[in-house]
Design a protein around this ligand. Structure first.
Ligand SMILES: Cc1ncc(COP(=O)(O)O)c(C=O)c1O
Length: 365
């Protein structure tokens, strides 16, 4: 069986380094916000090309904290509208709702699955204060026109880069283009921890300062609480593991692109729509999503032939029970993607023979 993602195999590559780090960690007696977190923050900020990185508990909290910090700084207010892709993973929308803001969902481009400036522009109204742009499936959104649109309309740009670690657009790494960016290091991500973890990147000193306080009860120094905060700190041990894996991220992303190119060149089946790729570094193929009309049938066929697949994602956010308030929205592009998306296995530990077998079986469908 070709697993969709063999996380054990992904992490076995780092086992001895993890064990060494764990021993140092145990011996240090310092288990919360220690050197591991600050070292990883420095290294990840350098990697993204930003002035700051603030390690936090997970990707959803990263998004919530950014919005909370902007409210704290008076840049966002209760009820403000935030533009967000309709076809994103639900966390992007949940963060907006959690902070008492209004999500305004926008249809993506039907070929790239990412939101574009032309469509975002149609939804700008008086209440609109920010664009929460998502680099979906690992492919960066066309940021230049989005940044210009934001500038012309006085909007903040927040990147949800949870699926795009290391993707490059116009020589800039994901997380360094907007005013702030949220990352998830959920185990399955391109840079994945061994548990929950996340980070925020930004070049803004004031925002970084506020975020550092917010994630740690609002404290500026021990037992001194400046603002009302939460406990959303990045776990020390996860930071140590992430720092080890960060060194390998470029290599892993290259391998992902090599496999993707192989699929794009060799999968030839008119029942299977392949994803758009411009052959640059702007895609890190967090997932390789194809569209197939009878998804259940296709997935069952692949499974019968020893290939596990997943769906990113089966139900669009506006059709989720938890978001029933939005169920009347008509979003045909989003709905079509969610009805027909299938993710083929693509990850850095997938063997070339496995890739070839997947191509052969998909072509014979
Ligand atoms: C686009 C996007 N945003 C946010 C998140 C939330 O991250 P986490 O699962 O770490 O809370 C995810 C994670 O799956 C994601 O894919």
């Amino acid at each position: 069986m070709i697993k969709f993602l063999d996380l054990n195999k992904v992490n076995a590559r780092f086992e001895s380094a993890f064990q060494q780090k764990f021993k140092t960690f145990l011996d240090s007696g310092c288990y919360v916000l220690g050197e591991g977190v600050s070292t990883f923050e420095t290294n990840y900020a350098n990697y993204c090309g930003t002035k700051h990185c603030i390690g936090v508990s997970n990707g959803l909290d990263a998004l919530i904290l950014i919005l909370k910090a902007y409210k704290e700084l008076g840049k966002l207010n209760e009820g403000d509208a935030i533009l967000v892709p309709a076809n994103t993973f639900i966390a992007s929308i949940l963060a907006i709702i959690e902070m008492g803001l209004q999500p305004v969902v926008v249809e993506p481009n039907p070929n790239t699955y990412n939101c574009e400036a032309s469509e975002l522009q149609k939804h700008i109204a008086n209440k609109t204060k920010a664009i929460l742009i998502v680099h979906l499936y690992g492919q960066m959104a066309k940021m230049q026109p989005i940044l210009e649109l934001a500038k012309d309309n006085g909007l903040l740009v927040i990147e949800d880069a949870a699926q795009a670690h290391g993707a490059v657009y116009n020589n800039k790494v994901a997380g360094s283009l907007g005013n702030a960016a949220a990352f998830s290091f959920y185990p399955a991500k391109n840079l994945g921890a061994l548990g929950d973890a996340g980070a925020i990147t930004t070049n803004n000193d004031e925002l970084a300062n506020t975020l550092k306080k917010l994630r740690n009860y609002g404290t500026s120094s021990k037992y001194k609480n400046d603002i009302i905060g939460v406990n959303n700190r990045l776990d020390e041990l996860q930071a140590l593991f992430l720092d080890i894996k960060l060194e390998n991220l470029e290599k892993d992303n290259d391998r992902r692109r090599t496999i993707a190119k192989h699929y794009l060149k060799n999968i030839k089946n008119n029942k299977v729509t392949l994803p758009y790729y411009d052959n640059t570094l702007n895609h890190v193929f967090y997932v390789f999503v194809v569209l197939v009309e009878n998804r259940a049938n296709f997935r069952a066929y692949l499974l019968k032939n020893g290939i596990e697949t997943l769906v990113h994602y089966p139900i669009p956010p506006h059709k989720q029970k938890g978001l029933s308030k939005y169920s009347n929205l008509k979003l045909p592009i989003t709905e079509k993607i969610h009805d027909s998306a299938v993710s083929l296995p693509l990850n850095p530990v997938l063997e070339t023979e496995e890739v070839n077998k997947i191509i052969e079986i998909v072509n014979a469908y």
